[in-house]
Design a protein around this ligand. Structure first.
Ligand SMILES: [Zn+2]
Length: 105
């Protein structure tokens, strides 16, 4: 059974628009200081991941469709402040992804 967890994501760590996704719809978890879209640098590493722009279940993301016709994959930032409820699940998703990457080189 898939996790019922949800995660709030934003395009950049300091963006004020957030979109809500099911944890199962989020992939490619990693730590990065580089955000999607305009590639602004964050002051410290934040958790980033990838979502499909049309899979949002609630909220709003800064997203122009400038990378091509929707739907497409966008890089998003995941902050702890917005995600206290499922932070453990998010950290375990990140850890799983890191192990996977280490094993495949
Ligand atoms: Zn799109």
């Amino acid at each position: 059974m898939s996790s019922p967890g949800v995660v709030w994501v934003r395009r950049q760590w300091n963006d004020d628009r957030d979109g809500k996704y099911r944890l199962a719809e989020v992939a490619g978890w990693h730590l990065s200081t580089e955000s999607g879209g305009i590639n602004q640098n964050a002051p410290r590493p934040f958790i980033h991941a990838y979502v499909q722009c049309d899979k949002m279940i609630q909220g709003e993301l800064a997203h122009s469709g400038a990378h091509g016709p929707c739907p497409h994959r966008i890089k998003v930032c995941v902050t702890k402040k917005m995600n206290k409820e499922f932070w453990k699940e998010i950290q375990s998703a990140l850890a799983t992804e890191q192990v996977k990457r280490k094993n495949t080189g």
